[in-house]
Unconditional design. Structure first.
Length: 258
């Protein structure tokens, strides 16, 4: 399947990931550099933080892909993964088996725009590299579905792209790199994000910056990873300790208001 398709709504996002090659090579291609591995570790850390702090029961992951996050989580009692891509679910199943987590997670093929069909509610829902790919009208549909399947005061977590940094990247690099999936990303300022969450019945509990010095971190990754290996990982991670006003993105934890 070619990457000319611009994914930004329900049909095209689903189609993009219904591809065996994309499913099999997703982690290898999307998380092959130091900066992207750091992004992955931060996401895993934040999900584990919620699991440890809140002692949650039922957990739902939307669009888990190849179970990139779930295989590194601790404290999930009852988990459900929902994905429309049978190809991604097949990879996820193999990875969960290898991690000894098949009794913890149920895998189900289904549509995130029809969560009522699950017939159950959850304490915690998380998803990465999914909500951001939709225009506002379809995000609104997803927010309503998420709210309906969360218990009162339930929480959900997802990634939020920084409008300022994304604009600079697009200006500097108008063409996508070879092999990069062509997907739309919604972008925000913190205030814009809080307004959107409030409009759909959620409060923002935490807003954790990720890749605080992306220009430098990505440059180091592309230039040094091949030659320095783990040392490059360490250097890129150390930069994350230094505060900055404009990270590449945030990990948002939101709570259902009623």
């Amino acid at each position: 399947m070619g990457n000319s398709l611009s994914a930004r709504e329900e049909r095209t996002v689903a189609t993009l990931y219904k591809d065996t090659e994309v499913a099999e090579t997703y982690i290898q291609k999307r998380f092959s550099y130091s900066w992207s591995r750091l992004l992955h570790r931060k996401q895993v850390t934040e999900v584990n933080r919620v699991l440890a702090d809140l002692q949650l029961g039922d957990v739902l992951e939307l669009a888990p892909g190849p179970a990139r996050v779930a295989t590194q989580l601790r404290g999930v009692c009852r988990g459900l993964m929902l994905d429309q891509s049978e190809e991604m679910l097949a990879v996820a199943k193999r990875r969960l088996e290898a991690a000894g987590l098949t009794k913890v997670w149920e895998l189900r093929s289904g549509n995130a725009f029809a969560l009522d069909q699950l017939g159950r509610q959850f304490d915690f829902l998380y998803t990465f590299r999914f909500l951001r790919h939709f225009q506002e009208d379809e995000r609104a549909r997803l927010y309503r579905e998420i709210s309906s399947c969360l218990r009162p005061k339930g929480v959900f977590m997802f990634d939020v792209v920084n409008e300022v940094v994304k604009s600079k990247i697009d200006t500097r690099q108008p063409q996508r790199l070879e092999g990069e999936l062509n997907v739309y990303d919604a972008t925000y300022t913190p205030k814009k994000f809080c307004r959107e969450m409030q409009a759909y019945g959620f409060s923002v509990v935490r807003f954790v910056p990720v890749l605080k010095h992306f220009t430098v971190q990505s440059w180091m990754s592309y230039r040094l990873d091949r030659h320095l290996g783990v040392i490059s990982d360490v250097l890129v991670s150390l930069l994350e300790v230094i505060p900055a006003a404009q990270p590449l993105e945030w990990i948002a934890l939101c709570q259902k208001m009623n």
